[in-house]
Design a protein around this ligand. Structure first.
Ligand SMILES: NC(=O)c1ccc[n+]([C@@H]2O[C@H](COP(=O)([O-])OP(=O)(O)OC[C@H]3O[C@@H](n4cnc5c(N)ncnc54)[C@H](OP(=O)(O)O)[C@@H]3O)[C@@H](O)[C@H]2O)c1
Ligand SMILES: *[C@@H]1O[C@H](CO)[C@@H](O)[C@H](O)[C@H]1NC(C)=O
Length: 380
């Protein structure tokens, strides 16, 4: 039987779903000879850690209570439990010191998987340090891998000990597939992908002749967008995913070297207009231009998709005209689609398609990443 000690940073939609998946997969994991021993959980303000990380763990009852507490919007500081677990609660700076202590204690003996399901840049420092202490890191958070090249190099310095499948396309096997292609010496020369469920939905609805303003409002009410839809329309999230892919292909570039097309102009930015104002007055001013572009593409037998393109020295994110009869051209709704062209997939690309967001699939991707590093943990 192998035991994987786990510390989880981030207890939001994805982090909580991960804890639920861990609890409900207990008997499956037991059959596989693996046990996930959760020893710490952190949110933005605090962390809670078992009193003895060498021998103890949070039991399932405690983990579920903790999820309940967080989904009520409380802080971890407010935890109280009837389960018998002995734990410590730490705030801010103490919390970082504690995580490093745990990593130093477990890293080179029992091993530790530090899992980042936050949406913060603040985790980068800890992540870099634990990598040096012999720990494994698993991320759904895109920020650490899209920071400076220096941070990136440090994080990937032990490739066997890092997994980040859910940073691109949620649970879809994008990173794993690319790594397999690359490690066989096959050279990837072009990647084109629709990596935002929101923008995928928006572009296919606009293609049907619906006004952009109406489509964005509908997407918002369906819960497809961020609370401020401009966070999707800016293309920034897609750009982070593109950067992760480009760096995986060996490109040494930063976020600011990616050409990003925003679907709204700067004068409608969040520092100029409120969300309400943008939705009620700003958006409709953009309808005509996008419709003209849709019509023009259609005359060429093409459709518009909001995609990332990585090819040669090119890495950009924005609207592209693509053949109607291609995997991306056929895309409808909120699926993600990635076309990978390489020596082995030169005429017809390797295509990866499916839901590219959602707490469930994202957390499933994270859990699969943790199971994927089990061989690095000692038997006992
Ligand atoms: N949801 C998806 O479909 C999806 C898909 C792919 C990737 N992802 C990525 O997965 C990550 C998590 O997404 P989410 O939807 O679960 O986000 P979320 O609901 O906003 O949760 C973020 C969590 O991180 C915690 N946090 C913030 N700063 C932290 C810090 N410095 N240290 C430790 N924890 C910190 C927050 O604490 P508080 O509770 O105190 O605020 C919160 O619990 C994000 O990076 C996101 O981009 C999400
Ligand atoms: C993910 O979880 C958050 C927090 O529980 C919730 O608000 C959101 O609706 C969930 N998203 C999906 C797609 O289920």
């Amino acid at each position: 039987m192998k035991t994987i000690p786990v510390v989880l940073m981030g207890c939001g939609g994805v982090g909580r779903q991960l804890l639920h998946h861990i609890v409900s997969s207990r008997s499956l994991h037991a059959k596989l000879g693996v046990h996930l021993r959760v020893v710490g959980v952190c949110d933005s303000k605090s962390s809670i850690v078992v009193s003895d990380v060498l021998s103890m763990e949070f039991d399932d009852k405690f983990l579920l209570e903790l999820c309940q507490l967080k989904s009520n919007g409380s802080s971890l500081l407010r935890i109280s439990t009837t389960s018998g677990v002995e734990y410590q609660v730490l705030t801010n700076s103490d919390s970082t010191t504690k995580l490093i202590d745990i990593a130093a204690l477990l890293g080179k003996s029992m091993g530790l998987a530090l899992v980042d399901c936050s949406a913060s840049s603040e985790t980068i420092g800890v992540m870099k340090q634990v990598v040096d202490l012999g720990c494994c890191v698993v991320m759904a958070n895109k920020k650490p891998l899209t920071s400076t090249m220096e941070d990136y190099d440090k994080l990937v310095s032990h490739p066997r000990r890092i997994r980040h499948e859910s940073t691109v396309g949620a649970g879809l096997p994008v990173i794993a597939s690319l790594n397999r292609i690359l490690s066989s010496g096959d050279s990837v020369h072009r990647i084109v992908g629709s990596l935002s469920g929101t923008l995928g939905y928006v572009m296919s609805e606009v293609e049907d002749g619906k006004p952009l303003s109406q489509v964005v409002k509908a997407a918002k009410s369906l819960g497809y967008t961020e609370p401020d839809p401009r966070d999707d329309l800016s293309g920034m999230d897609v750009a982070r995913k593109a950067l992760i892919l480009a760096r995986l292909l060996g490109r040494r570039i930063n976020l600011d070297s990616i050409k990003i097309e925003s679907l709204y102009p700067e004068v409608m930015g969040s520092n100029v207009m409120s969300v309400e104002d943008f939705l009620d007055n700003g958006l409709s001013l953009l309808d005509k231009d996008i419709q003209e572009r849709v019509n023009k593409a259609s005359l060429n037998g093409n459709v518009l998709r909001y995609v990332c393109v990585i090819e040669g020295s090119r890495c950009e994110v924005g609207i592209q005209e693509l053949p109607k009869d291609s995997p991306l051209g056929r895309l409808r709704g909120s699926d993600n689609v990635l076309e990978i062209y390489s020596r082995c997939y030169s005429e017809q690309p390797l295509v990866i398609q499916g839901a590219g967001a959602g707490n469930d699939t994202t957390a499933a991707g994270v859990l699969a990443d943790i199971l994927d590093i089990q061989d690095l943990f000692p038997e006992k």
